[in-house]
Design a protein around this ligand. Structure first.
Ligand SMILES: [Zn+2]
Ligand SMILES: [Zn+2]
Length: 332
């Protein structure tokens, strides 16, 4: 099968991914062999490829927003059959036994495995994942449109939950990329007033089209205080500004997997029992809830489609903030 393989972490302009021909992967008893149809491109892929995150496996096939069709099932598989349309997100496996799994934080599992980092991912014609960490894709979505739901959607949704946005009347979103453009649709479905902070005029326009009450930059005054805010941008210097317009009792969740250093904070910015919480990965429950919610909202994903051969080019465009919504690789 064809796969985009990473052997050496390099700046993306040096084209570190190589398109190679490798053996089709074999499956264990609980595994599904998935014929990949589409794989969403995520910022985490860029961090893995460029070396912001250390490699866990070498070489590795990136990609963790996989939509495909089950081709073969292991002997012990009970929930899926060949022909089923399925999705695979970032959390590829959790042990179920460690302290974190037992406390409901399988996203923090000490033995956790992640798609496209510990396990070969979806920038390839086939991928293998246990049925326990695979999901049915809701009807009404093409393979390409469903792909961004699996990370941009799922992690973005966990960020909303951790920010207690489901309980807020006014929510601020900082950065308006793949996750935020899905999150805003969920918020509008909940009837929440949404305020979007982004430097990009293009993104401000899209935010208003998707129902934001206000769009501006983090330096602009939205006129009201937020009860809940989520920073999707990897920019630590936004945190003091976001706290400045966060109401008493408000929660600020930080959803970037990576963030530039946070400047020194004046304690006054936290007064009024404000909470800052980081989002790390997502649980199976997050994925189940988001995939259940998606067709009811209904969430529409904004996508740019590229062939597998252009994976390096897409990641470069992502790095340069040239993607509107989400980039998706069309595999077969
Ligand atoms: Zn565990
Ligand atoms: Zn991701």
């Amino acid at each position: 099968m064809k796969a985009q393989m990473l052997s050496e972490q390099l700046s993306i302009d040096r084209r570190p991914l190589k398109l190679v021909e490798v053996d089709e992967p074999s499956i264990g008893q609980k595994d599904l062999l998935i014929k990949v149809k589409a794989c969403g491109v995520c910022h985490t892929d860029l961090h893995i490829v460029e070396g912001d995150i250390p490699l866990h496996k070498r070489p590795i096939v990136p990609g963790h927003q996989i939509v495909g069709v089950v081709e073969k099932v292991g002997e012990a598989v009970t929930r899926f059959s060949p022909g089923d349309r399925v999705g695979v997100p970032w959390l590829n496996w959790a042990c179920g036994r460690c302290e974190y799994c037992q406390r409901g934080y399988e996203n923090l599992c000490v033995n956790g495995k992640f798609t496209g980092w510990d396990v070969d991912g979806g920038y390839a014609e086939y991928q293998v994942t246990s049925e326990d960490f695979t999901y049915h894709i809701p009807d009404g979505y093409s393979d390409l449109q469903a792909a961004p739901l699996l990370c941009a959607g799922v992690v973005g949704y966990r960020a909303l939950k951790l920010a207690k946005a489901d309980n807020a009347e006014r929510v601020g979103l900082y950065g308006f990329g793949a996750s935020a453009h899905i999150a805003i649709q969920v918020l509008r479905y909940w009837g929440t007033r949404v305020f979007v902070f982004t430097r990009s005029r293009e993104h401000q326009k899209l935010a208003l089209e998707l129902g934001a009450e206000w769009a501006g930059t983090a330096n602009d005054d939205p006129g009201v205080l937020m009860q809940s805010s989520i920073i999707y941008a990897p920019a630590g210097d936004i945190i003091p500004q976001a706290l400045g317009v966060l109401d008493k009792g408000g929660v600020l969740s930080l959803a970037g997997i990576y963030m530039t250093p946070i400047p020194q904070l004046d304690y006054e910015l936290l007064r009024g029992e404000k909470v800052i919480v980081n989002v790390t990965n997502a649980t199976r429950q997050d994925a189940i809830e988001l995939l259940d919610l998606a067709p009811r909202v209904p969430i529409r994903t904004e996508i740019e489609v590229y062939p597998l051969e252009e994976a390096n080019d897409v990641l470069l465009r992502l790095k340069e903030s040239k993607i509107n919504g989400s980039a998706v690789l069309q595999i077969s």
